[in-house]
Ligand binder design. Structure first.
Ligand code: FAD
Length: 469
C-alpha cells in the first residue's frame, strides 16, 4: 500500500483541511469508555455523500480499511481504528443537513452525521416527534444510531432505531451509492437491504442518510417515580401499567439501590425525592389530553399499585421541570458509574417474565464467587433490557479487578443469560468488545449466514474489519 499516494488522493477528494494526520486525534481514536485507543492513518471528514463514495473508492483501490464513525459514543469499541496506523477513520460529522421534512407522510430525511438531539429538535419545530431518545443524544448521530440499531428510553412505545427508519442511503464497500431513501411504510420488493444495513455496525458499508419515521407530538406527558421492594414487584407494576395505560405507556425504567447511590455520591446536587429503596421505577405515559390528565392517569395507576402492595412509595412530577429532574436521575447513572471507576458492562436482553429470576440467580452466584462485588443494575425493563454492570468491591483497585476477573465474570453472566433465554447484546451492539463472545454464543448456522453476507457485500473485508465478526 502506498500510504502517501492514498493521502494525496484523499486530500484531492475532500480538501486538505479535512484529512487530519497530525496533532491530537484523541477525539476520534479513543472510544467513549477509554477502553480502546487506536491510531489512524488519517481522520478523513468528507462533506457530502459523493465525497464519502470517493473516499471509500480510493481506499478500496489501495486495499485500505475504513472505520466509519459518527459521534463516537458507542460502548463496544466499534467506531475507533485499531492500533496498526493503517486504517482510515471516516468521520460522518460534516454530513449534518436535514434534507427534507414531509409532514403529510410523517417522515424526515436527514444526513448520517446529524446529532440525534438536533433531529429531535428539527421534528419538534414542525410539531412532530422523532421518538428515538437516549442519554447520549447530545453527541450520538443518526448514522451511528442506525448502524448500532440503538434503543433508548422509548422503545416500549415506538420501537428501536430499526422501527423508526423507513429508508437509507448507503455507500457500499466498492464506493457505489445505494439510494434507498423511500419514505414507504410498505415495500415488498425483495430482500430488505435497509434492514441488513441497520445494526451492521459499519461492517457492510457507510450509511450517509436516512428517511426517518415521525409521530405526532403527544399533547402531554406524565412522569412518575415509584419505589419497589423487589424486582418481582417492578415486573408486576409493569403489567399493571400496561393494562391501565395501554399504548400510552412510553417508558418503564428500573434502577437498583446501588445505581442511585452512585448518582447521589457523584451528583449530590440531584434531588432523589423517594430516598433509598431496593428498586426504583421511572415511568412515563404520553397519551393524555393535558398535563393534569396525564398526572391523574399516573396517580390512579400508582394508587392501585400501592393498594396491591406492588410499590412502597411514589411521586408524580408536577411540572415539565420536575419531569426533567426525574429523567436526569436515570440518565446520570452511566456517568456516575464511569466516575466510580472502570466496570464490567453487560447490556443484555431477557424475556420480561424471566428477568427477576435471572437477577436473583446471577447476583447470588457473583457475590459468592467474588465477595464484595457491587452490582449496578438499571435499564429498560419494559423492553426486557437490563444494564447488568459489575463494579469492583469497595477498596479494591478497579483496573486490577477487571484485569484479573473480567473474563470469568463475563462467562458467568453470559452463561446465565443464555440459560434464561436471553441475548448478550440488547442495544449496544457487538463491536470489538463482544466479537469473540458472539462467536461463542451464536449458532454455527447463524454465524455462517452472517459470514456469507459479509463476504458477498465486502469481499475485500475492508469495512470496519475485526468488528462484529
Ligand atoms: P459511533 O460510536 O461513532 O459508532 C458506533 C458504531 O456505528 C461503530 O461500529 C461505527 O463504525 C458505526 N457507525 C457510526 N456511524 C456510521 C455510519 N454513518 N455508517 C456506518 N456505520 C457507522 N445506546 C443505546 O442503544 N441506548 C441507550 O440508552 C444508550 N445510552 C447511552 C448513554 C451514554 C451516556 C453513552 C455514552 C452511550 C449510550 N448508548 C446507548 C450507546 C451509543 O450512544 C449508541 O450506540 C449510539 O447509537 C452510537 O452513535 P454514534 O454516532 O456515537 O456512533
Amino acid at each position: 500500500m502506498n500510504a502517501g499516494a492514498l493521502l494525496e488522493t484523499l486530500r484531492g477528494e475532500v480538501g486538505t483541511a479535512y484529512v487530519l494526520t497530525e496533532g491530537d486525534l484523541c477525539a476520534w481514536e479513543l472510544d467513549w469508555r477509554k477502553r480502546y485507543r487506536g491510531r489512524a492513518l488519517a481522520v478523513v471528514r468528507p462533506g457530502s455523500t459523493a465525497e464519502v463514495a470517493a473516499v471509500v473508492r480510493a481506499c478500496a483501490a489501495q486495499g485500505t480499511a475504513v472505520v466509519p464513525q459518527g459521534g463516537n459514543t458507542g460502548l463496544v469499541g466499534g467506531g475507533v481504528p485499531d492500533a496498526s496506523g493503517t486504517q482510515v477513520l471516516l468521520s460522518l460529522a460534516r454530513l449534518n443537513r436535514v434534507r427534507a421534512i414531509d409532514a403529510a407522510n410523517l417522515t424526515m430525511t436527514v444526513e448520517a452525521g446529524c446529532v440525534l438531539h438536533s433531529v429531535q429538535h428539527a421534528a419538534a419545530a414542525r410539531g412532530l416527534l422523532f421518538a428515538l431518545s437516549l442519554a447520549a443524544e447530545g453527541s450520538c448521530t443518526i448514522g451511528g444510531n442506525l448502524a448500532t440499531n440503538a434503543g433508548g428510553t422509548q422503545v416500549l412505545r415506538y420501537g428501536t432505531a430499526r422501527e423508526l427508519c423507513l429508508g437509507l442511503e448507503v455507500v457500499t464497500p466498492a464506493g457505489d451509492i445505494w439510494e434507498g431513501l423511500a419514505g414507504l411504510r410498505k415495500d415488498n420488493t425483495g430482500y430488505d437491504l435497509r434492514d441488513l444495513y441497520i445494526g451492521s455496525e459499519g461492517t457492510l458499508g457507510v450509511i450517509t442518510a436516512a428517511t426517518l419515521k415521525l409521530h405526532p407530538q403527544p399533547a402531554a406527558r406524565g412522569t412518575a417515580l415509584a419505589a419497589c421492594a423487589s424486582l418481582e414487584d417492578c415486573v408486576a407494576l409493569l403489567g399493571l401499567a400496561q393494562a391501565r395505560l395501554s399504548a400510552g405507556l412510553t417508558a418503564f425504567e428500573v434502577m437498583n439501590a446501588l445505581s442511585l447511590a452512585l448518582v447521589a455520591r457523584h451528583f449530590p446536587a440531584l434531588a432523589q425525592p423517594l430516598g433509598a429503596s431496593p428498586w426504583t421505577v421511572l415511568l412515563e405515559q404520553s397519551d393524555a389530553e393535558s398535563p393534569a390528565h396525564a398526572r391523574a392517569l399516573l396517580e390512579g395507576l400508582l394508587a392501585a399499585a400501592l393498594e396491591g402492595g406492588k410499590i412502597t412509595n411514589a411521586v408524580v412530577a408536577e411540572s415539565l421541570q420536575q419531569s426533567h429532574q426525574l429523567w436526569h436521575l436515570r440518565e446520570s447513572i452511566p456517568l456516575a458509574q464511569g466516575q466510580e471507576g472502570p466496570n464490567i458492562k453487560h447490556d443484555i436482553a431477557l424475556p420480561v417474565s424471566r428477568i427477576a429470576g435471572f437477577v436473583a440467580h446471577t447476583d447470588a452466584v457473583l457475590v459468592r464467587r467474588f465477595p464484595g462485588v457491587r452490582l449496578v443494575d438499571f435499564g429498560h425493563l419494559g423492553d426486557g433490557n437490563l444494564h447488568y454492570n459489575v463494579q469492583a468491591p469497595v477498596g479494591v483497585d478497579a483496573a486490577s479487578f477487571l484485569g484479573e476477573y473480567e473474563a470469568a465474570v463475563n462467562a458467568l453472566v453470559y452463561d446465565a443469560v443464555q440459560a434464561h433465554g436471553g441475548s448478550i447484546s440488547a442495544e449496544h451492539g457487538i463491536g470489538a468488545l463482544k466479537r469473540d463472545e458472539l462467536t461463542r454464543r451464536k449458532s454455527p448456522v447463524a454465524l455462517s449466514l452472517m459470514r456469507a453476507i459479509k463476504q458477498a457485500l465486502d469481499p475485500q473485508g475492508l469495512m470496519n474489519p475485526g468488528r462484529l465478526l
